[in-house]
Design a protein around this ligand. Structure first.
Ligand code: FA5
Length: 337
């Protein structure tokens, strides 16, 4: 008798697993628990069994009865949950779900937004300009005369002799001052392009953030204080910024600012080219010729400008050793930030 009960129990489980709707479930209930069902048959057999076997058999049949009743009840709950939520029959809501893929902002967007926020906190607003620029805005109005050697520092991709992909965000300075009177305090983020020999720290397509502050009496002291404050907010209170004299046609005097290399801490390594410092930005006091080109009077206003390389900021902050990683769209890299 015992093997027969066990066989019935395993057959019940199989049949229960195959039940796809409430009607099939009711049929199954009748087949097992109905008046002429399998369990009723077992109880009849129990009456005919030898007296000595009856207690053990009775216990086994009751246990089976409980298994059947509980199985039917659990399936009923699962089926009605499917019906309520219009889920396909047979869907088991108690199984663990699949975790949905969560996207996130690209590390460069996140860093750029953070930098913009820091400058917003210092009173700068945001301006934008086109990536496809004219020679006039990208070079001439910024005091790069035609055929002048200063153009060699920023070769680019030309659409024709007049139209090109901008090499820096500085043309936004010109466009903004042409249409807004002083005082001006803006940052201009965006993508720029250069015909560049690509390596670990140079891309042919990268992001800059331009800054421009023009008013009566703006000094180079304001420039250095603003950039130092920015570096401390972005990298932390102990960030070291170093200014080196440099040349840009559109600022006078001009400087480049470096931070202490994240990788070697100043000793010199492959990433900082052995110098211990990584160049982050160019800056300077706006050249009087730029003011003249936009109709400002250089006798009445002065101003500072800077251009920050966004990839370099992200590399320095997160210890990223190769600029090419930003453009490869490899989620194993991107999902780390
Ligand atoms: C300029 O582009 C100037 N327009 C910056 C400026 C603005 C100077 C306003 C004065 C006043 P430069 O070519 O040095 O300067 O580039 C500025 C920053 O962009 C660099 O410090 C660096 O962080 C980043 N950068 C330049 N070239 C590349 C490149 N090929 N790949 C990645 N980042 C670059």
């Amino acid at each position: 008798m015992q093997p027969e009960i066990e066989h019935l129990a395993s057959r019940f489980r199989e049949e229960l697993a195959g039940v796809a709707d409430e009607r099939a479930l009711e049929e199954l209930r009748i087949r097992y628990l109905g008046r002429k069902g399998a369990l009723a048959g077992l109880f009849q057999d129990l009456g005919k069994a030898a007296a000595a076997e009856r207690p053990a058999m009775g216990k086994a049949i009751h246990a089976l009865e409980q298994v059947v009743a509980e199985g039917l009840a659990a399936r009923k709950t699962a089926l009605s949950a499917c019906a309520e939520e219009r889920l396909p029959a047979g869907f088991d809501p108690s199984l663990p779900g699949r975790r949905p893929w969560r996207g996130r902002r690209h590390i460069l967007s996140a860093v750029l937004e953070e930098i913009i926020d820091i400058f917003r906190g210092m009173g700068f607003s945001v301006a934008e300009g086109p990536e496809v620029e004219t020679d006039y805005y990208n070079f001439q109005a910024l005091n790069f005369p035609a055929n002048h050697p200063s153009r060699d520092s920023q070769d680019t991709f030309y659409v024709d002799d007049e139209v090109l992909l901008r090499t820096h965000t500085s043309p936004v300075q010109v466009r903004y001052m042409e249409t807004h009177p002083a005082p001006v305090r803006i940052v201009a983020p965006g993508r720029v392009y250069r015909n560049e020999a690509v390596d670990a720290s140079h891309a042919a397509e990268f992001f800059q953030l331009e800054g421009l502050y023009v008013d009566a009496g703006v000094t180079i002291g304001d420039l250095k204080t603003t950039l130092r404050q920015f570096a401390r907010e972005f990298f932390g209170p102990r960030a070291e910024l170093r200014f080196r004299p440099h040349f840009f046609p559109f600022t006078e005097p001009s400087a480049e600012a470096d931070v202490l290399c994240f990788n070697c801490g100043g000793e010199g390594c492959r990433i900082c080219g052995g110098t211990g410092w990584i160049e982050l930005l160019g800056a300077g006091m706006v050249h009087p010729n730029v003011f003249r080109a936009v109709g400002y009077d250089p006798e009445r206003v002065t101003g500072f400008a800077f251009g920050i390389g966004i990839e370099r900021m992200a590399m320095q902050r997160y210890g990223i050793e190769d600029i090419r990683l930003f453009l490869e769209n490899d989620v194993r890299f991107l999902s780390q930030f």
